[in-house]
Design a protein around this ligand. Structure first.
Ligand code: PMP
Length: 280
């Protein structure tokens, strides 16, 4: 394991010296939230948007943000190096309580952890990946970026064991998102993604794509997509901060866009890369 410098509760220290108590509620209950923020050439991408989502997640689990945005910026920027594509993982838990009890403890200091890793270009980004539909077995607060990811983990693992890169989650016949990504489909020439709700994580990459579509007059719409409709899509994409825009070329054992990334993806990926460059 690389012994990089990480941030823990006000200190920068080597990863192998960063330790938390086994009584931390993050460890015992998954009682915490997290963020993943990409950084290009030493500059955090869409920092304010990630901070807004962080604040929403904290509010939802009734934790007070331990730092101001300026403090976060300073803490996180110190972990970055000035070259290459990297990402920050940060997590805030409800902290260490004297006893294991589901209800909140009277008073705890949140535990704050952050580390930086290199973004390894995702193998299937240019060639496309296989994906499969699975029942969305998660809870009702999917807009909260909670560290409790057991359902997502089990779903992704099930997909991986079937040779797929991602599980496309389906609730009552409608597609919500991927196990760790948002979903887009091109249907009848229109780029469609499900609207924001408590059933999906409001992806930062998702918003960037919608902005790019708007600026470039690419027809798009935020509306529900049935699994049936998804199967008729000429293109399917999965989006996230670390994987960017991944074309799906096989879905539920059927080829999508002739088994190769489609023209709308080619165009959007080019525009997205240009946007990234312009922001770093
Ligand atoms: N949905 C889920 C469930 C996720 O875990 C993620 C991030 N990995 C996303 C969507 C995409 O969000 P973002 O574009 O902000 O990375």
């Amino acid at each position: 394991m690389e012994n990089k410098t990480v941030y823990l509760n006000g200190q920068y220290l080597p990863l192998n010296e960063a330790k938390i108590s086994v009584m931390d509620r993050g460890f015992l209950f998954g009682d915490g939230i997290y963020e993943v923020i990409p950084a290009y050439r030493g500059k955090l991408f869409r920092f304010q948007e990630h901070m807004e989502r962080l604040e929403n997640s904290l509010n939802n689990i009734r934790l007070i943000n331990p730092y101001s945005r300026e403090q976060w910026l300073e803490i996180l920027t110190a972990l970055l190096s000035s070259s290459g594509d990297q990402y920050i993982y940060l997590q805030v838990t409800r902290g260490v309580a004297p006893k294991r009890d589901h209800a909140f403890p009277e008073k705890t200091e949140p535990t704050v952890f952050a580390m930086c890793s290199n973004i390894v270009p995702f193998e299937g980004r240019d060639s496309g990946v296989k994906a499969m539909s699975l029942d969305d077995s998660r809870w009702e607060l999917c807009h909260v970026k909670a560290t409790t990811l057991l359902a997502n983990i089990l779903l992704r693992q099930q997909a991986v064991e079937q040779g797929c890169a991602e599980a496309v989650l389906v609730k009552e016949g409608y597609v919500t998102e991927g196990a760790a990504s948002n979903i887009f489909a091109v249907i009848d020439g229109v780029l469609i993604t499900p609207p924001k709700s408590s059933e999906i994580l409001p992806g930062i990459t998702r918003d960037v794509i919608l902005e790019i579509a708007k600026e470039n007059h690419i027809p798009y719409s935020e509306e529900v997509i049935s699994l049936e409709a998804l199967k008729t899509a000429s293109e399917i994409w999965l989006t996230s901060s670390t994987r960017e825009i991944i074309p799906v070329v096989e879905f539920d054992d059927q080829k999508v866009s002739g088994g190769k990334p489609g023209p709308v993806w080619q165009n959007m990926n080019r525009l997205f890369q240009a946007y990234k460059q312009s922001q770093s």
